[in-house]
Design a protein around this ligand. Sequence first.
Ligand code: CMX
Length: 279
Amino acid sequence: MRKIRVLVAKPGLDGHDRGALIISQALRDAGMEVIYTGLRQTPKKIVKAAIQEDVDAIGLSSLSGAHNVLFPEVVKLLKTENAEDILVFGGGVIPYEDIKNLEQNGIKKIFTPGTSTKTIAAFIEKAVMEKRNGQLGILDPPNGIDHIGIAVRSIDDALLFYRNHFSIEVEKVVEVESQQVKVAFLPLTNCKLELLEPLSDDGAIAKFINKKGEGIHHIAFSVNSLQDRLDQLKKEGVKLINETPKNGAGGYPIAFLHPKNANGVLVELCETHNNEGDE
Ligand code: CMX
């Protein structure tokens, strides 16, 4: 299989390329062929080099603040040259307000300072392979929030609030012996609440309540292709609690990520779409 080829380019006037050089080396270490343009390139020169070098992707780095003009210009010129199959990534000092606009204008992903080179390499590799194979999916955001898990001492007591004041009713209650937890599912329009009551002093929920008191225990995203996504997250350097999906209390495959990467929030991923209607 052809190696992934990337052009790392510095458009515009800024004269600092330490970051671009570090990224170039990291992508080489990840097995890619990397061509670096050097400083102060015009979008036209970058597009010409990308086509000549037959690259899969262009990585643009800008610290000058001119990204809003220069990055979309590269995308536009690629289109003019019928080379829009070349993916464009960006990095540098780019305010969050600009990112959405850039990503809507054809930049596949903006990496902000602090992103690990492992994450960047894994993302580019996945995006190029998806493009080559004509698939899309696991680099997209989750489909939504499947549920929010709330640790409570007593489901009956907790329900007084949700039933009496919000008319939210229980759909089903499941006991998970192996985890020593009782789970009540409370469906809302696009999301559920999961009330989690410890069945004994052993088990994760009892441990959580003893340490932190009652409260939000985890947030669960609904995703497609759960195993592929876990493999991708692992490659990107995200610490997983479950490396393979397990069967969740809701009857569909789930996996937990370590809270370390999510500011102390326990994140669960659920692959709900295969089992729609079973819950
Ligand atoms: N919020 C924030 N941090 C949490 C956490 C939470 N709710 N639960 C655990 N952690 C932290 C721990 O403090 C620990 O941190 P360090 O590694 O820094 O010490 C880390 O996560 C791992 O926790 P652990 O208890 O050492 O590891 P385990 O592998 O034994 O268990 C976990 C981890 C998340 C799977 C377990 O604690 C848990 O919560 N299980 C799910 C319980 C549950 O919700 N069951 C209901 C049904 C779920 C379903 O099937 O849908």
